[in-house]
Write a protein that binds this ligand. Structure first.
Ligand SMILES: Cc1cc2nc3c(=O)[nH]c(=O)nc-3n(C[C@H](O)[C@H](O)[C@H](O)COP(=O)(O)OP(=O)(O)OC[C@H]3O[C@@H](n4cnc5c(N)ncnc54)[C@H](O)[C@@H]3O)c2cc1C
Length: 293
């Protein structure tokens, strides 16, 4: 009987249990992982059998799978992370449904006094061109005033939270005659900047989907900070897959029928206007890369 060794990644083994800091109080900690580039290749070869002879090179096979959207081999690798993140980031993150999550319960336990306070260049004005984004930076003095508002409001809400619970930060009663409000109620006025934490387990295919959206310049700066750290983990864990992801997903651009026709006509030396190929001005701007990031 042949024995198959558990696929390992020395880079991931070295990362296990270590906190990677993100934002002011957040972190990502690798709890566990399953598989590596070899495991993806192994899964693909089971399904393709003899058909893989022409693409025997592992890197080439992974690039073929990514290019042709053969997704299930990438689902064979998984990762489990412990993440501490502000609640407003968690609300964006949790929209990615293809993951398993266990979150800290603020009905069961008291939340820590930890808030995200944007500082310096993280404190941007409302963008004039993108309704969903930040524009110009504030000067340092103004940014500090803004940070003070965030911080003092959060501190005050947290003080009132403890008052409602009738306890101090060590868990001692503030008043011997008053009963604390239930934890599940006392929390409801706390700000979205408060940190929560969870265990998050996801397969590599869906992780890459998450990263393609959340490491993108259109994603909010704070969730992007987590996604960028995760990209580094993916690069260390599955280097061939990471390279293929960058080439075929992250740094690529899908062409519509009209866009493809425009590119072909330009390659033949013709001059093309958006209307000639049925593209709107917005689609045309996206194609030539002038859309606001
Ligand atoms: C920059 C940005 C801005 C955003 N703005 C908004 C916003 O203003 N408002 C808002 O509500 N959301 C917003 N979102 C969230 C976005 O619409 C998606 O909900 C989120 O990105 C999760 O994507 P997903 O569904 O592909 O991921 P997952 O939930 O992980 O799903 C992965 C894939 O699995 C499949 N799938 C999973 N669950 C189901 C299901 N129940 N039925 C069918 N197929 C399923 C789909 O193919 C899906 O693509 C924004 C996201 C980004 C990145």
């Amino acid at each position: 009987m042949s024995v198959i060794e558990r696929p390992r990644s020395p880079a991931m083994d070295a990362l296990l249990g270590r906190e990677i800091p993100v934002l002011d109080h957040g972190f990502i900690r690798l709890i566990d992982y399953m598989g590596n580039d070899d495991a993806i290749v192994q899964a693909a070869r089971v399904s393709y059998g003899r058909g893989t002879k022409s693409v025997s090179d592992d890197r080439a096979l992974i690039r073929y799978l990514m290019r042709n959207r053969h997704t299930t081999p990438f689902e064979m690798a998984e990762i489990k992370l412990h993440v501490r993140l502000p609640i407003f980031v968690a609300r964006q993150w949790i929209r990615h449904r293809m993951a398993s999550v266990n979150e800290y319960s603020a009905r069961y336990s008291v939340l820590d006094r930890e808030f995200y306070v944007p500082r310096g260049e993280a404190t941007g004005a409302q963008s004039a061109v993108n309704r969903q984004g930040r524009g110009s930076d504030f000067d340092p003095a103004e940014a500090e005033l803004i940070a003070d508002i965030f911080r003092s409001d959060a501190e005050r809400a947290y003080d009132r939270y403890l008052e409602l619970l009738n306890q101090d930060e060590e868990g001692n009663a503030l008043s011997g005659t008053r009963t604390g409000v239930a934890r599940e109620l006392a929390r409801i006025n706390l700000p979205l900047s408060l940190y929560t934490q969870w265990y998050w387990k996801i397969d590599l295919h869906n992780l890459l989907g998450f990263l393609s959206l959340r490491a993108h310049p259109h994603a909010q700066r704070e969730i992007r900070a987590y996604a960028e750290e995760m990209l580094k983990i993916v690069a260390a864990w599955v280097p061939h897959t990471y390279e293929a992801f960058v080439d075929y997903r992250r740094d690529s651009y899908e062409l519509s029928r009209g866009a493809l026709e425009a590119v072909r006509r330009m390659l033949r030396g013709e001059s093309v206007a958006p209307g000639d190929v049925g593209l709107s001005q917005r689609e045309w701007r996206d194609l030539v890369g002038k859309h606001p990031a």
